[in-house]
Design a protein around this ligand. Structure first.
Ligand SMILES: [Zn+2]
Length: 172
């Protein structure tokens, strides 16, 4: 599949945008699905059978990381509620979909996500790529010398991103 000239960030954003209507579409099937699964009607199982739901949520963290600051979590929570409302998702779905929003703070900081995207791209083009060198040049933690913690923070976020890209066939 040709990647055209889009940056990795733009490709992640496109993959996220593509899944928004699919996310709505999936929830429209929930009431019928529930009827045919009378005993095992857990929302979690439905989400598992419709991977686009978690894919959209996971991609959002990379496509729109600015929504993951502490200050933005409330706004994001309201957006998700509005989206579920628009989708006419049943009430029982709401606590499951909002669960990831109740975590204190973002699991990966906004700047780290941005750096991880840049690092994954740099790794493809630079045969001498080094995580420590990348951290030394790009980390904005404020310390005078960037150490192994800076490197590991970026590397681990990049690993998580690469695993997601691989799972969704969006590899660079
Ligand atoms: Zn640092």
């Amino acid at each position: 599949m040709p990647h055209s000239s889009l940056s990795l960030k733009e490709r992640i954003q496109a993959a996220y945008q593509k899944r928004i209507p699919q996310f709505h579409e999936a929830w429209t099937k929930f009431p019928a699905w529930k009827k045919s699964h009378s005993k095992a009607n857990t929302v979690a199982q439905f989400i598992e059978e419709n991977p686009v739901i978690s894919e959209m949520v996971e991609l959002e963290a990379w496509a729109e990381p600015e929504r993951f600051t502490k200050q933005a979590r409330d706004a994001r929570r309201r957006r998700m509620l509005a989206m579920l409302d628009e989708t006419r998702a049943p009430l029982e779905v709401v606590p499951v979909m909002l669960a990831p929003f109740s975590k204190p703070g973002a699991p990966i900081k906004v700047e780290t996500r941005e750096l991880a995207i840049t690092a994954v791209e740099a790794k493809q083009t630079d045969p001498n790529f080094s995580w420590q060198k990348f951290a030394n040049q790009h980390c904005r933690c404020g310390k005078s010398k960037h150490d192994i913690n800076c490197k590991e923070r970026i590397r681990q976020a990049a690993m998580e991103l690469q695993a997601l890209l691989k799972r969704l066939n969006l590899e660079v």
